[in-house]
Structure formats: C-alpha cells, structure tokens
Design a protein around this ligand. Structure first.
Ligand SMILES: *[C@@H]1O[C@H](CO)[C@@H](O)[C@H](O)[C@H]1NC(C)=O
Ligand SMILES: *[C@@H]1O[C@H](CO)[C@@H](O)[C@H](O)[C@H]1NC(C)=O
Ligand SMILES: *[C@@H]1O[C@H](CO)[C@@H](O)[C@H](O)[C@H]1NC(C)=O
Ligand SMILES: [Cu+2]
Length: 592
C-alpha cells in the first residue's frame, strides 16, 4: 500500500509524467443518455482499409516491408470561422460529434479505428516498422501507481503485439519494449523498430494487432490502437469452399465505448480505491456497442452464406452473441485455428480478445443481440443498449452462392493425453481487495508481480499442462503469447472458500491439497466449438481448468522457424485489459 507522502508525489506525477489533462467529470446518466440518443442501425458497417503484407508484382507473392504509424485523429477547429477545418476525426455515429482517437494507418490521412486489416499470406514473411506519431499528451487518463511505462520526456509509450502470432521474441511487443514518438525514448527491452511476422502458421480464424505498453494497454486500446490481421492460403482454403472475397468474408471488430455529449471518448479518471490507485478501475464497460468503429451499424447482405471473423476488442465486456431470428452460427474456427469440423451453435460467448470464425446463411433480416452479463458471469444483465450489437438487412432477391460449409476442416497435431506432458504447472489467479470497501486494488498471477523473475520457463518443442486455478469472482480470459493451447477439463473446486483461505496464506496449490479440492468436483463441459488450438481460454471462477499447452508449430508438430529462446522472451496474462495492467501479467521465457 502507498504511504500518504508518497501518494502526493504520485498524484503530482499523474498530472505531469502521465501527460493527461483530466476532462470535467461526467455522470453515468449522461453516458447512458448520450448512448441512448444514438438511433440504432443508421450507419453502414465500414470495411476497414487493407494493408497487403505481400506483393504480386513479380507474378508470385513476394515479401514486403510495411510502415504503419500511430496517429491522433481529431477535429481541427477554425476558431475565426467557428467551423471544422478538417473532419479527419472518427465519426462513431451519424448523430454523435466527431471523436478524437489514437489510430493506426499507413498514413495520417488513411488512419482508422479499427486500423487497416493486414492481409498476409501463409509462408510469406512480413516486416512491419511501427511508428509512433502520437502527441505529448494522452487523450485518456492513466495511472502511474500501477506497474507502468513512464517516459522521462513525456509522450505516449506504445508497443505493438500481434495477438495469436507465432513470431520471434524481439517482434512480440514486449510490454517493456515501448517507445515514444519518433523513438525519442525507449523502454528497457526495446531492441528494434521493425518487427518480423513469419506467417508460418495456418490460416483460419483471425489474428489482431494492438498496443501492449506496460500499464497502458487498457488506455491505448480504448483510445483506438487495434486492428485485424488475417492470414490466407488460397491453395489449401480454396478447396474448402467457404465464402470468400471481400464482400462475403468480413471482419467484425466488436468494442464497447462510452462517449461524452461532445463526442469524446469517456474513461473514468477516478479509481474505485483512489488511496491505492488514483485512476485504475477493475473493468471498463462502455455504454455503446461499436462494430468496426460504428455504434450499432447495419450491413446489407444478400440471401447467401457469409463468413465473419468476429474479434472481441473490448476492454472487459464478454459478448454472448446470437441472431434474434434464431439463425445459427456455423463455427469453423476460433482464435487462429480451424475446428476439426464445423459446429452449429445458437449462441457464441466471446471473451475479451477471443475470436470466432463463423458462417451465417442468411434468409431474413435480423439483429445481432448480446446476453452476456457484465462483469461476466455474475454481473448485470445487458440493457436495451448493450444488449444490441448490429443488424443484418437482407436483400430479398435471389442470388447464386457457390460457397459451402465443408464437412471437414484442416487438422492440426492432436491434443494428446495429459500424461504426455513434460511438465505440470499450477497457475493461480488472485484478486486483492480493499478491506474497507471490498473493491479490488490489484490482481496477480501466482501471487507474483510482473517484474519478478520468470518462473514459467518451458522448453521449445515441449508440451505442458497448466492447472489454472481461479480464486477470484470473475471469469478471466487467459492469453499466452506464442503458444497454442486448449482447455481439456474444467472442474469446480470443492470447498473453494477453504482452499482460497489456505492459498491466500500459503500460495502453494500442492500444500493446500488441490487434488483433494478437485476430487469429486463437478465437471463443466468445454464447448465443442472451443476444442481447437486457442490463444485465449476462458477460466471460470472457482474452477481448476486443465490447459494443454504446446510450444511447437501445431500445424506440423515441428519446431518454430526462429529462436524462440531469445530475449526479451514472451509473456502470458489475463486479457481483461484493466486486469493485465494491474497486474495479471507474467514473463514466459522459453529455454532450449
Ligand atoms: C467514476 O468512478 C467513481 C469511483 O468509483 C464513481 O463514483 C463514479 O460514479 C464513476 N463515474 C462514472 C461516470 O461511471
Ligand atoms: C448465452 O445466452 C443464452 C440465451 O440467453 C443462454 O441460454 C446461454 O446459456 C448463454 N451462454 C453462456 C455461456 O452464458
Ligand atoms: C473481449 O474479451 C474480453 C476478455 O475476455 C472481455 O472482457 C470482453 O468483454 C470481450 N469483448 C467482446 C466483444 O467479446
Ligand atoms: Cu482478468
């Protein structure tokens, strides 16, 4: 806990070092009113610009080097004429004033929220130089009392992580490899401005890139630093017959956001336990639901099959998606993998950062609705605003559709038996609460801080089982960089309270007799459409989730085509961004 004298210093730093000018307080009612004033389904779903990660100039695909910058997009006012000079700012809705955002783009003029969709080809490596052109001050509050990047000369620290990517550690976007505008200042593990994405992994599902700077991930993503990344392989995908082409294979990036009446993005600048953390709050929930940067958009579709790659880019909101007219989703993939075969579901629970690859065969117009409580699973039920997502408007004329839903999909190495694993680890999720208010002050994995020495040091090529124990009241989406993994068994803890008391004292699952608390516990089924190689696994409260983790290329079983043991290594963390920042994140250091 922070002493009073220290706190004064930290609060001063919050204004100076963090470089954020606090906006006047806004009430929850105002945020709901602003969101509620936005008529649904009046803006068309945008298709994001594409950045091609290969060139066809020489008749066959060859590698390219992209430069993608981070820019502040804002309305420039002409004070004399009292009108907008340029309207390059983001319009989240027809009736909402333009919003200042931080966004990615291949140029300032073309930067968007979400950023350009990067189109990569399997087997064609891509180099990207990520550049920071952000101003000295952040547009959102951030908190210097969580473990965070604090540059000496101001500016907004950023670093880019390709979520689901299998790439070398130097290109992983390590939280301490941050950099400010023009690389004026760099974090302790920064090594290169240019990242290499080998694209050796299979197509299927979707990847996404987003900011990962230490302690700033929640604010930088909320400000807009995220975009989709799709790997394709025409040779293996063509024969599957899934809907393809830009019109019928679409990325949907879901993100909830709150707006003040002037259109600005709203993030609360007052912590729930301000004595400990003047700004940090345990979960951000926005009043409006946006898809591809529009609040409750519509998409005109034809009567045929469409493929959607649904990415959850919210900070903390889970989505339990369904089509209001009862039409099913045919799930063909999740995260960066195909399922062994399509699975038909009526509801799709998407955790933060999780993605699903689905086919919908449209007959009639329908809304997409959300029924996930927030926080998930025991929070409030969605209201008429966040219970709606978007609308598909079907053109009733008949159209030809040569796509199909294949019976089988590409397969990967099998998950194997738990006892084939080289190593079994216990990964324990803790939440610490302020005794006076019961509000959370911070969360840790295994009771350790982010900068404590690495304890998870798997061998390249090995398989491990991680027993992930959730002692908190929330569901947490566990994300490992590099590795592919899947939940194979979920068991509810017996006498969870007694186990938690012991763990809080001893922090050792074996000494607290975890086996005794699992024996006879109720098994919870892992849904069939999540039984593939994932990069996010949802860990339910009060459970032990057995996760098989592979440190190999799951397409072939072979080793990585790069040195995965290099510095600065990788990380694993909870993907609720507000948890990751304070401080559910730990190093993952591979060894030979
Ligand atoms: C911001 O957080 C403070 C502290 O938890 C709370 O009292 C206030 O209602 C919040 N404001 C909004 C708009 O949610
Ligand atoms: C999603 O919502 C449906 C309908 O409300 C419900 O039956 C289902 O259990 C929910 N799924 C999850 C995982 O919460
Ligand atoms: C995305 O996932 C995060 C973490 O699981 C979750 O908090 C957030 O609600 C999810 N958002 C969507 C749109 O599914
Ligand atoms: Cu979490």
């Amino acid at each position: 806990m922070v002493a009073r004298a220290e706190l004064v210093v930290l609060l001063l730093m919050a204004g100076v070092a963090a470089g954020f000018r606090p906006a006047p307080p806004v009430s929850e009612e105002t945020l709901e009113k602003v969101a509620g004033s936005l008529e649904m389904y009046v803006d068309e779903l945008p298709e994001m610009p594409k950045a091609y990660g290969y060139s066809l100039k020489y008749g066959r695909p060859t590698p390219v080097h992209l430069t993608i910058g981070m820019y502040q997009k804002m309305v420039m006012l002409d004070k004399l004429k009292k009108k907008s000079l340029y309207m390059r700012a983001q319009k989240f809705h027809r009736d909402l004033p333009a919003t200042t955002v931080f966004v990615y783009g291949t140029s300032a003029a073309t930067a968007t929220f979400p950023g350009p969709t990067i189109e990569a080809l399997q087997g064609v490596p891509l180099w990207v130089t990520w550049q920071n052109h952000l101003p000295a001050r952040h547009i959102l509050p951030w908190d210097p009392t969580v473990p965070t990047a604090i540059p000496k000369h101001g500016g907004v620290p950023t670093v880019v992580h390709l979520h689901g990517g299998v790439h070398p550690p130097q290109s992983d976007g390590n939280a301490n490899a941050w950099f400010t505008a023009n690389f004026r200042e760099t974090g302790p593990t920064w090594s290169t401005p240019t990242y290499l994405y080998p694209n050796a992994q299979s197509p299927g599902g979707a990847l996404w890139y987003h900011d990962h700077a230490l302690g700033l991930t929640r604010a930088n993503l909320l400000a807009g630093l995220l975009g989709a990344y799709v790997i394709r392989d025409p040779a293996s995908e063509g024969p599957l017959g899934l809907p393809r082409g830009d019109a019928f294979d679409r990325v949907l990036v879901l993100a909830d956001r709150s707006f003040a009446a002037d259109g600005s993005l709203y993030m609360n600048a007052t912590g729930d336990v301000p004595r400990a953390h003047p700004q940090w709050q345990p979960e951000y929930f926005g009043a409006a639901v946006t898809v591809n940067g529009k609040a409750w958009p519509f998409l005109r579709v034809k009567r045929r099959r469409y493929r959607f790659r649904v990415i959850n880019a919210s900070n903390a909101r889970y989505f339990n998606l369904s089509l209001a007219n009862g039409l099913p989703f045919h799930v063909v993939g999740s995260d960066a993998s195909y399922l062994p075969k399509p699975v038909v579901v009526s509801h799709l629970l998407v955790a933060v950062a999780e993605s699903f690859d689905v086919v919908v065969d449209f007959g009639e117009s329908t809304e997409v609705v959300n029924t996930a409580p927030y926080p998930y699973p025991d929070g409030d039920a969605p209201n008429e605003l966040n219970g709606k997502v978007m609308k598909f408007i079907v053109d009733p004329s008949n159209t030809c559709d040569d796509s199909r839903i294949p019976a089988r999909l590409p397969e990967y190495v099998r998950v194997g038996d738990e006892d084939e694993a080289a190593k079994k680890r216990y990964i324990v999720m803790y939440e610490y609460d302020d005794p006076a208010t019961d509000n959370p002050t911070h969360l840790y994995i295994n009771g350790r801080r982010p900068d404590d020495p690495a304890t998870e040091t798997p061998r390249v090529g090995s398989t491990e089982t991680w027993q992930v124990i959730n002692l908190t009241p929330d569901n947490h989406p566990l994300h490992l960089h590099l590795a592919a993994f899947q939940a194979v068994r979920v068991v509810e803890l017996v006498d969870a309270d007694e186990f938690k008391r012991c763990m809080t004292r001893v922090n050792d699952a074996v000494k607290c007799h975890v086996e005794r608390h699992v024996a006879g516990g109720k098994e919870v089924e892992v849904p069939e459409h999540e039984r593939t190689w994932k990069n996010v696994v949802k860990v339910a409260p009060g459970t032990v989730t057995t996760v098989v983790v592979k440190f190999v290329m799951v397409e072939t079983g072979g080793v990585y085509p790069f040195d995965a043991t290099a510095e600065p290594g990788y990380v694993y963390h909870c993907h609720i961004l507000d948890h990751e920042d304070n401080a559910m994140i730990r190093p993952l250091k591979l060894i030979k």
